[in-house]
Design a protein around this ligand. Structure first.
Ligand SMILES: Cc1cc2nc3c(=O)[nH]c(=O)nc-3n(C[C@H](O)[C@H](O)[C@H](O)COP(=O)(O)O)c2cc1C
Length: 187
């Protein structure tokens, strides 16, 4: 089982990184590749990219480097996206990554007017931490669940620790509770 860990954790002392490491350890993920979006020269799609991209897709030619993220994405059994919760959602670079992997006839296709995911992942995990309170169905997790259904047939899972920036909160306790939850989940 191969896992792709896509992350954007720009802060040195990132709490989401701590959650990710706990998750990888308890879940015994040992065959994984990392994609650190902080080190990628990843760009939003502009007019020229769209024209180029449509032309390649029409010719069923996915050899251009613009398709590299999508070609990598479809290969993995598990997908993990880890990032902090920003402005009621995920950081914009995650959306840019998604723009780059949603490619007609590569990661999805339309069958009888309905999208059908072509990616092979069995599990799509979204991990985040938030300063304030959030819940299961926030805009980030709701959207990423839809994207997982659009690109594949695997299961979507969401793990988070919230309220980390609330004064007086015991951060160690929150991590301990999450550790116990993850141990039960993976048992
Ligand atoms: C730019 C920015 C936007 C944020 N927006 C929110 C938000 O909308 N809701 C929230 O609960 N916390 C928000 N926070 C707080 C972070 O979610 C919280 O501190 C998180 O644990 C940071 O993760 P990290 O330690 O991995 O960087 C924001 C923090 C930053 C820097």
């Amino acid at each position: 089982m191969k896992t792709l860990v896509i992350y954007y954790l720009p802060r040195e002392e990132s709490r989401t990184k701590k959650l990710l490491n706990l998750f990888l350890e308890i879940g015994k993920f040992n065959n994984f590749d990392y994609l650190d979006l902080n080190n990628e020269n990843i760009k939003p799609l502009k007019l020229n990219d769209l024209i180029k991209r449509d032309n390649y897709i029409m010719n069923n030619d996915f050899s251009d480097p613009m398709f590299n993220y999508a070609k990598e994405f479809i290969k993995y059994d598990n997908i993990i996206i880890a990032c902090p919760f920003w402005d009621l959602s995920f950081p914009s670079i995650i959306k840019i990554y998604i723009e780059n992997i949603c490619v007609n006839n590569l990661t999805f296709k339309y069958v009888n007017d309905r999208p059908c995911g072509l990616s092979k992942f069995k599990n799509f995990y979204f991990l985040t931490t938030a300063g304030g309170p959030i819940n299961e169905n926030n805009s980030a997790s709701t959207y990423l669940k839809e994207i997982s259904e659009f690109l594949g047939n695997g299961n979507f899972h969401f793990f988070y620790i919230d309220k980390l920036d609330i004064e007086g909160i015991n951060i160690n306790n929150l991590f301990k509770e999450k550790e116990e939850e993850l141990k039960k989940y993976f048992n």
